[in-house]
Design a protein around this ligand. Structure first.
Ligand SMILES: [Zn+2]
Length: 651
């Protein structure tokens, strides 16, 4: 653990000790007997980011107590009463709180006399061009306000809908006197679960630097040079030579990286993005990269000769221990030149190539990249981190998303994400982009919540955070739902263990749905889950809020059951039971059950208000349902739910 992490840990421990003994402290009152007892002070030239923090504080204190605190500019802040200074006020400066010295969107709370200072860096991003959404700025002060509302108002943002916010009612809002607290996050950004409005910002899913997690950047660079099809017609040699022919696709362009103009087009493209205000921008070759067969490309590395010996290893899973693999210098060398040119013009901006398939292996040809280069890891193997030692790193994390074999069923539960997060902390990763997540709040909501909280502060106790979530969402049924999700968590592990060595060598996430589901969710497990859910519903009877959240969980669980049941029957059909009319009938019913489930969920589109309140992620969920997912999760391509299997049953 490095010094900074130790410092953060120590700070938090001292604070929690102080918070256990509030009775020794005088309280600072915001609201007494339902009446305002303090005013909110913002800098005279407050920017919209600080103004938003003030609005959040006033709105939630009012919702809790009914009292609306007044917001005043610092020049009008005199007079009697207690004051809450937000952002970069002169009062904060006088008290020694220099917001420019706070890391990322961390914050400071400090009591000075009768006043409380809450301050962090409030910086609108230039690239957002004044758009005031929650992701378009570094929201230090708002982060401090959200934490205050959580710690002293009991407010929780559990699920990203109006009903998912818990605001306890009170006559009084107060904080202990003598507060002196500083919180600074480890990560510059945590994206992926960041598009859920206030849920995201309140729970620490945000960006404190203007990062553009672009992924593959070749398309953008080529489009910067002109119309891709016209360019292809005029200069086909810009595109990769594949099977003896220059290769054009309408998107995901496979380019010849040794073409004389290749470096120029990327430099132009990234210059434009930096000019727009982005500070860190990702760079990467096209997805599913294809090797250009031209002589100039082949002269740069050993890929063509190695392909004859060991195959196209750059399409397979990373293997840091395989020394027979050689780096794709045809990608690294031009990238190094792009980075050098950008460094001269934009020394303070970062360009972040993805270590992804052909670039899983670091360059040997480029001895020194300029200091503007960071690496976006796309795998979490410690050996791979070691190979890229010397670089600052960010990561693409593949923890959730319907491209996994689990499709629209849970892929990673709360405790399962913790070791992944801890590894990123240990490896000093600077930012996390979680690819996928947010489609399955009824089943993965607790995992999203725990991950979000711990990605801001990894020293939190995940079980305490999870218990808080269960109590806030399922009320009296919390103990049953804890058992329900613990059981699902253990079954996800069993399902994932079905991966074969061959699948793993191909891709870390490659698994078979036909094997995964019957192993993860056999009938006895489903019966157990059914029974726990029935107990939970009985416990929550008459409780509308808990009942509604249970309904979302049950809906998404019913789908899991339908899919698991279908695959279990299909396995019996193939391997163990005779293909009797009875079994054929059960399979036909399973196929039918999935179809009517899809129809039932599609029908919910009519209930717009209900969806807004009680079905976060409905859009993604509904859009994914007809296929069941993509990549390893596609259900409509093969038996039992897809292909021509339904017809086969009737033969
Ligand atoms: Zn080429």
């Amino acid at each position: 653990m490095n010094a900074q992490k130790q410092w953060m840990l120590r700070t938090l421990i001292i604070l929690s000790a102080a918070m256990l003994t509030p009775e020794v402290c005088r309280a600072m009152e915001f609201v007494v007997d339902g009446r305002p007892a303090a005013k909110v002070v913002i800098p005279d030239d407050a920017n919209p980011v600080t103004a938003l923090a003030a609005e959040v504080l006033v709105r939630y204190v009012a919702e809790s107590t009914g009292a609306k605190l007044e917001i005043v500019s610092e020049k009008d802040a005199g007079g009697s009463g207690e004051r809450i200074f937000l952002g970069a006020t002169a009062a904060a400066q006088t008290a020694g709180v220099d917001v420019s010295k706070i890391k990322y969107d961390g914050f400071i709370w400090k009591t000075v006399g009768n006043d409380l200072i809450i301050a962090g860096r409030d910086v609108p991003f230039a690239s957002a061009k004044g758009k005031n959404n929650l992701q378009s700025a570094c929201h230090g002060t708002a982060r401090g306000v959200y934490r205050l509302l959580e710690d002293y108002g009991g407010v929780r943002w559990l699920l990203p809908t109006p009903k998912g916010v818990v605001v306890p009612k009170a006559e009084r809002f107060s904080v202990p006197d003598g507060i002196d607290r500083r919180e600074e996050p480890l990560f510059a950004y945590t994206l992926g679960l960041s598009n859920f409005g206030e849920w995201s910002l309140a729970n620490g899913q945000r960006r404190a630097v203007d990062v553009l997690t672009l992924g593959h950047s070749w398309d953008g660079a080529l489009r910067e040079a002109g119309d891709p099809k016209a360019l292809f017609d005029k200069e086909p040699e810009r595109f990769a030579l594949i099977d003896g022919k220059r290769h054009y696709t309408p998107h995901n362009f496979q380019l010849c990286s040794s073409h004389p103009d290749f470096i120029n087009i990327s430099v132009q493209y990234f210059s434009k993005l930096f000019d727009k205000g982005h500070q860190w921008v990702e760079y990467n070759q096209a997805d599913g990269w294809r090797r250009c067969e031209c002589g100039r490309c082949n002269a740069m590395d050993r890929l063509d000769e190695l392909e004859k010996e060991i195959g196209a290893y750059w399409n397979r899973e990373a293997d840091p221990s395989d020394k027979t693999r050689a780096p794709a210098e045809r990608l690294w060398v031009p990238f190094g030149k792009i980075a050098e040119r950008l460094y001269k013009k934009y020394p303070d901006h970062k360009i972040v190539p993805l270590a992804y398939h052909p670039t899983f292996i670091p360059s040997q040809a480029v001895k020194h990249f300029p200091p503007n280069v960071m690496i976006a890891m796309t795998r979490e193997y410690p050996g791979l981190f070691e190979q890229f030692s010397g670089f600052d790193k960010t990561i693409w994390a593949y923890w959730w998303g319907a491209y996994h074999v689990s499709g629209l069923t849970p892929n990673m539960m709360a405790h399962q994400v913790i070791p992944h997060l801890n590894l990123l902390v240990d490896q000093d990763v600077l930012g996390v982009y979680s690819c996928g997540g947010g489609a399955l709040w009824g089943l993965e909501g607790g995992a999203y919540y725990v991950y979000s909280k711990l990605s801001w502060n990894p020293t939190l106790d995940p079980d305490a955070v999870l218990d808080d979530y269960y109590r806030g969402v399922y009320h009296a049924a919390a103990p049953e739902m804890k058992r329900f999700f613990d059981l699902i968590e253990s079954r996800v592990t069993v399902g994932k263990d079905t991966q074969t060595v061959k699948q793993r060598a191909h891709n870390l996430y490659n698994r078979s749905v036909a094997v995964y589901f019957p192993e993860a969710y056999p009938p006895a497990v489903l019966a157990n889950l059914d029974s726990i859910l029935a107990q939970a519903k009985a416990k929550a009877a008459g409780d509308d809020l808990a009942g509604q959240w249970l309904a979302l969980t049950e809906l998404q669980y019913r789908y899991l059951k339908i899919v698991a049941n279908g695959f279990t029957l299909y396995r019996e059909y193939r391997f163990s039971r005779n293909k009797t009319p009875a079994l054929r009938g059960e399979l036909a019913a399973a196929i039918e059950a999935r179809e009517s489930f899809i129809a039932e969920v599609t029908e919910l589109k009519q209930k717009k208000e209900w969806l807004t309140d009680w079905f976060p992620g409905a859009g993604t969920y509904m859009a994914t349902l007809p296929t069941g997912g993509s990549c390893y999760a596609t259900l409509n391509a093969g038996p039992p739910f897809g292909g021509s299997f339904a017809q086969e049953l009737t033969k």
